[in-house]
Structure formats: structure tokens, C-alpha cells
Design a protein around this ligand. Structure first.
Ligand code: HEC
Length: 262
């Protein structure tokens, strides 16, 4: 009786301590949406899954060449991309391709090449300018978009592939496009289709059909929303293994100690 209770308690404690570490943080992945979202094959799903860095690097290239014209990656610094497997020199080179505002020693406003410690530059100085350039629609921050939208990574993946000819009964205003997955706006979205077959030619020669591009940008944005997820999962698995071993050891010790008493 006591033995069972102890074993049950040990298992409960193990689960309570480790589950929050290994479970993905509130993504509402399975939430219903109309129509049903396309489901990508994600290297990082499950507790042992890790980000496919090559795919995320291609996603960064897509962000840089396409999405960054309208969307920012708030709070992200250039040095953060080191987490995708780039060397320090590569990060420095990547950053140096962008110009940021600064003040020189004489107090004059100047533009200088970005350093790894600088934040990603934003395409517009403020929300009004962003809306003015996009027919009144606001291109949101992409750094947290995978967490901010129901369906998470599959939503971004689907949205990229959701542009269609509008059905006859749907009237689009100027600057609106029909996207099957933009349920929040009644399928009318203020973003022109950003990706098409061959929109980006990847440095590593990987396929660049629309589906592959959608997969890579979604992988990159899933990483951006939680850059430490691989480390968190590794820690979770280690803690779980440790607790399993500890549970066994304690159970064995308990049996030894009580063996001659009852
Ligand atoms: C020409 C400007 C432009 C480009 C380029 C662009 N977007 Fe957008 N995007 C917008 C605008 C404007 C909105 C807001 C649409 C609305 O609210 O109707 C938006 C919205 C979004 C949303 C949010 C949809 C929602 O549920 O609210 C996502 C996700 C998104 N864009 C991803 C991307 C990605 C990924 C790329 C690059 C592959 C990209 N965008 C390129 C202008 C752009």
C-alpha cells in the first residue's frame, strides 16, 4: 500500500517537474480554423525534435530578401542569428550589410553599418508610416507571430500558400487579396502574395518552389519565436532521465531499508 503510494507519488512528481520543460509553450497547435490548416512536417515537433538549422537559415534569407520590406523582427539583434549555426564572422558580415542611425563624435546624425549588437532594422519608422505604405493594413512584428496566431507554425506555412483567385461573391477593396487561411479578416488580406515558386534562390541550392519556401520561412519564424527551444528540450530530456534513475534508486533503497522491518 505505502509502496504503491510512494511509487505513484514519485511518478507524479517526475511528470509535474518535467512536463512544463518538454511540452511546447502554448501554441494552440490543434485549434480549429477554417479551412483546415496545411500541416508541415516539422523537424522540431515532439520532445526530441530540434530546429532544422539549414532550413531556418534559408528562412532567414527569405526574411531578408522578401518579408523585411514590410515586417520587422522586434527585439531581435543580429547576433541572435548565431544560434542558427553562423560563425561570428558570418554574423558580423550579415549585420554590416544594413545601415543603422547613429550619432558621431560631433553629435551629428549619421548612418553606419550595423554591428551584431544592433537590433534588426525596421522597414518603417512607425505604425502610421507602415499603414500608409500598405493601404491602411499594418504588417505585424514577425518575431513572435508563430506564438501570436492560432495554429502557430502551420498557420504561417498555410498563409504563405493560401493565395487564390477570389470566389465570385467576394468583393475585394483596393490593396486587398484573397487568402483562404486569413480567417480573421474574412479571407481578405492587405498583404500581397509574398512568396511564389522561385521567389528566392537559396545560397545552398535547396528547392525553392512555393511549398519549400513556405516551409523554410515558417521554420525560421518558429525558431525566432523561441530561439532557446532546442536547449530547453535537451534540458527537459536530461532532467527526465535523471528523475527516472533517481526514482529507481530511491525505490530500491526503500526496499532495502524496510526489508527486515515488516
Ligand atoms: C509588401 C509588404 C509585405 C511583404 C513583402 C510581406 N508582408 Fe506580411 N503582411 C503585410 C501586411 C500589410 C499585413 C497585414 C495584413 C492585414 O491585416 O490585412 C501582413 C500580415 C502578415 C502576417 C499576419 C497575418 C495575420 O494573421 O494577421 C504574417 C504571418 C505575414 N504577414 C507574414 C509575412 C511573411 C512570412 C513575409 C515574407 C515571406 C511577408 N509577410 C511579406 C505586408 C507584407
Amino acid at each position: 500500500m505505502i509502496r504503491r503510494f510512494l511509487l505513484g507519488a514519485a511518478i507524479a512528481v517526475t511528470a509535474a517537474v518535467t512536463l512544463p520543460l518538454v511540452a511546447p509553450v502554448a501554441h494552440a497547435q490543434e485549434a480549429a480554423a477554417e479551412p483546415e490548416l496545411l500541416k508541415g512536417d516539422w523537424s522540431f515537433s515532439g520532445i526530441f525534435g530540434t530546429i532544422d538549422k539549414a532550413s531556418a537559415q534559408r528562412g532567414l534569407q527569405i526574411y531578408k530578401e522578401v518579408c523585411s520590406n514590410c515586417h520587422g523582427l522586434y527585439e531581435m539583434s543580429y547576433r541572435n542569428i548565431g544560434g542558427l549555426g553562423y560563425s561570428e564572422a558570418q554574423v558580423t558580415n550579415f549585420a554590416a550589410a544594413f545601415q543603422v542611425a547613429d550619432t558621431n563624435d560631433d553629435g551629428a546624425a549619421v548612418q553606419r553599418p550595423a554591428k551584431p549588437s544592433d537590433r534588426f532594422i525596421r522597414p518603417f519608422p512607425n505604425e502610421k508610416a507602415a499603414r500608409a505604405a500598405n493601404n491602411g493594413a499594418y504588417p505585424p512584428d514577425l518575431a513572435l507571430i508563430v506564438k501570436a496566431r492560432e495554429g502557430g507554425v502551420n498557420y504561417v506555412y498555410s498563409l504563405m500558400q493560401g493565395y487564390k483567385e477570389a470566389p465570385a461573391d467576394v468583393k475585394l477593396a483596393d490593396g486587398q487579396y484573397y487568402n483562404a487561411y486569413f480567417a480573421a479578416g474574412g479571407q481578405k488580406i492587405g498583404m500581397p502574395q509574398p512568396l511564389t515558386d522561385g521567389a528566392v534562390t537559396f545560397a545552398d541550392g535547396a528547392p525553392n518552389d512555393l511549398k519549400s519556401e513556405a516551409h523554410d520561412i515558417a521554420t525560421f519564424l518558429a525558431w525566432a519565436a523561441e530561439p532557446e527551444q532546442d536547449a530547453r528540450k535537451r534540458l527537459g530530456v536530461r532532467v527526465m532521465l535523471f528523475l527516472i534513475v533517481l526514482t529507481g534508486a530511491l525505490y530500491y533503497a526503500k526496499r532495502k531499508i524496510w526489508a527486515n522491518i515488516h
